[in-house]
Design a protein around this ligand. Structure first.
Ligand SMILES: [Mn+2]
Length: 238
């Protein structure tokens, strides 16, 4: 059987003007049966469309913050670094991919990109903008491969179908200082942290569109739930 090719929207090291992707993302897709292909930035719309034609699905990876102008806000004092070339490439790629109906998977910044591109907003800095009775470390103080908080899986959603309806909670890692504030129209929540932070979203009216706020690529080699996210995505790309 032909293997699905997955197009990767990757990071931009703005200081040295280099693009890069953590190999563990590529490994997770390879282990799930896909062939990863890295998309460059600064492409014309026509070239981006050409490239999109040649892949079976798109994965938006983690990375720097998204420019707050893209969701109609001024830059908060605690907002982090942004990359205009990355932002414009992804903001052009996302609606294009959506038009094709091809599977879309967003991880960390990826879920935030999906929400922004569909018209939602973000907390620019969780510690100063989000409060809850329960204290959850969304920027965990230990290694990525060690889960740090749980996510409640909303039943009868894409996430619950991927994990199996018997799975009501999963342990995830957490390395984000931004998160979804106002959910975009067309998206629904399929996972919440115990402090009610949105940790996973999907689009009920789209074949396969999943965003997760954690980093399953660091868990997929030993946690079946994390591996299942990649295999479900790659399967959807077949
Ligand atoms: Mn989190």
């Amino acid at each position: 059987m032909k293997k699905p090719v997955i197009g990767f929207a990757v990071s931009h090291d703005t200081e040295n003007d280099k693009i890069f992707v953590n190999s563990i993302y590529l490994r997770s897709v390879r282990n799930a049966g896909g062939i990863p292909m890295v998309f460059p930035m600064e492409l014309s719309e026509d070239d981006l469309r050409e490239l999109l034609d040649r892949v079976d699905g798109v994965l938006f990876t983690g990375g720097d913050d998204i420019h707050p102008f893209l969701y109609g806000e001024e830059t908060h004092a605690k907002c982090g670094n942004i990359s205009q070339p990355r932002d414009s490439m992804e903001m052009a790629l996302f609606p294009m991919a959506l038009e094709t109906g091809k599977p879309i998977f967003g991880i960390c910044r990826g879920i935030q990109l999906i929400n922004t591109a569909m018209g939602g907003t973000l907390y620019q800095d969780i510690p100063s903008q989000f409060s809850s009775d329960i204290s959850i470390a969304h920027r965990q103080p230990f290694a990525y491969k060690v889960p740090s908080h749980t996510v409640d899986v909303v039943q009868d959603t894409l996430l619950s179908r991927i994990l199996g309806e018997e799975v009501t909670s999963i342990a995830v890692n957490s390395m984000h200082h931004q998160a979804i504030k106002d959910l975009a129209p067309g998206l629904e929540v399929c996972g919440y942290a115990p402090d009610h932070m949105i940790e996973a979203v999907y689009a009920p009216d789209y074949p396969f569109l999943l965003g997760v706020q954690w980093h399953p690529e660091h868990l997929a080699s030993f946690q079946p739930e994390a591996a299942r996210l990649f295999s479900a995505f790659v399967e959807a790309c077949r």
